[in-house]
Design a protein around this ligand. Structure first.
Ligand code: UDH
Ligand code: MN
Length: 355
């Protein structure tokens, strides 16, 4: 009798010990986070941080980066990042610097690692975001976007990666299919919890437009300069949007069959509704973007079939999407500021036989 009671007591103590050990691990981060929280709040004025509530002047996107530094803690000892990043500056002044070199962008972003990856050096981010950029023959735009996007995302204390999905060959461009490829390839690398699908020519103008996902698919570029900083129409879903992997798969990804300019963004918007979701949006004050001026691209002529195709989305979305995606991966290179994925997505007649 006495022996078995003793055994129970021992078992109870063991369980207690394990629970305490687990709580301790979790609590360590929290306590350190609390400590740093006090530090951030108290220190922000004297540390020279830009106050996001002082909206009179749009600031330099690089202004706060020099304040980010590496503490002498091991990675697993880092506290969680605070709910609101202390490095946000609000409105950003967008001016395209002349003769910009990618080396200059590299120099200004010393914490970015191979493949265009970043983790805050001073805290453990609670968000993992991949930015997916469809691309062909827009090198100049890409340079400017990288110049602005890297510091923008670092100010938000995100764990992030930037992917360029480059369409090989000269056949008609297909933005939505490239985005499907980007999703698939990025998810092979990392368990991203949010993917931003981002036109190469859109520069965000306010860093409070946080690049994380919402409960519903998010349309982020709701106030573009070319549309007078307003939504052009209510269901517009083009430019920059953000979906979690679950949201993306729920709508079978994006369509693969929109070759040339137009329609695919509206198809995506319709898919959101057809799969039973709503569209989430930032405020018009935060969702501001400048589009780098450009003309029509060769190889991306308006798709005359788009209006007809859009009447059929209800019938096609379950067949055409991630479940029907076919492509030939040509290369994947880890560049200093981005991961470059070059892909043969074929033509409207299908994939060419590989020779
Ligand atoms: N894209 C490329 N290369 C191309 C075509 C498109 O990289 O040849 C990508 C790029 O990320 C771009 C996106 O696809 O931002 C969307 O294409 P777009 O910028 O051509 O779309 P937008 O709606 O075009 O901006 C409007 C037509 C521009 C004519 C305006 C003349 N004043
Ligand atoms: Mn454009």
């Amino acid at each position: 009798m006495v022996i078995s009671k003793g055994r129970y007591l021992l078992l109870f103590l063991c369980v207690q010990l394990v629970v305490m050990a687990l709580l301790y691990r979790e609590g360590y981060r929290k306590r350190v986070a609390y400590f740093f929280g006090i530090f951030y709040k108290g220190g922000s004025a004297s540390m020279g941080l830009i106050n996001p509530h002082n909206l009179s002047q749009a600031g330099d996107v690089y202004a706060n980066l020099s304040l980010i530094s590496k503490p002498s803690l091991r990675e697993e000892e880092l506290p969680y990042c605070p709910e609101t990043s202390p490095f946000l500056g609000g409105p950003i002044r967008v001016k395209l610097p002349e003769n910009l070199l990618l080396e200059e962008v590299e120099r200004k972003n010393p914490y970015v690692t191979k493949g265009g990856r970043y983790k805050p050096p001073d805290c453990e981010s609670t968000h993992k975001t991949a930015v997916i950029i469809p691309h062909r023959n827009r090198e100049q735009h890409l340079k400017y976007l990288l110049y602005y996007l890297h510091p923008f995302l670092q100010r938000q204390q995100l764990n992030y990666g930037i992917y360029i999905i480059h369409q090989a060959g000269n056949f008609t461009f297909n933005r939505a299919k490239l985005l499907n490829v980007g999703f698939k390839e990025a998810m092979k690398d990392e368990d991203w919890d949010c993917l931003f699908f981002h036109d190469v020519d859109l520069i965000p103008e306010d860093d409070r437009n946080i690049y994380i996902c919402d409960r519903f698919p998010k349309h982020a570029s709701i106030a573009m300069d070319k549309f007078g900083y307003k939504l052009p129409y209510k269901s517009y879903f083009g430019g920059v949007s953000a979906l979690s992997p679950e949201q993306y798969m729920k709508m079978n990804g994006f369509p693969n069959n929109y070759w040339g300019w137009g329609g695919e963004d509206d198809d995506i918007g319709i898919r959101v509704a057809l799969s039973g979701m709503l569209i989430s949006r930032p405020s018009v004050q935060y969702g501001r973007y400048k589009m780098i001026k450009h003309g029509h691209d060769k190889g991306n002529e308006q798709n005359p079939k788009r209006f007809n195709m859009l009447t059929k989305t209800r019938r096609t979305w379950k067949q055409d999407g991630m479940n029907a995606l076919q492509y030939i991966l040509i290369s994947k290179e880890l560049q200093p500021l981005y991961t470059n994925i070059t892909v043969d997505i074929g033509t409207d007649k299908g994939l060419r036989p590989h020779t």
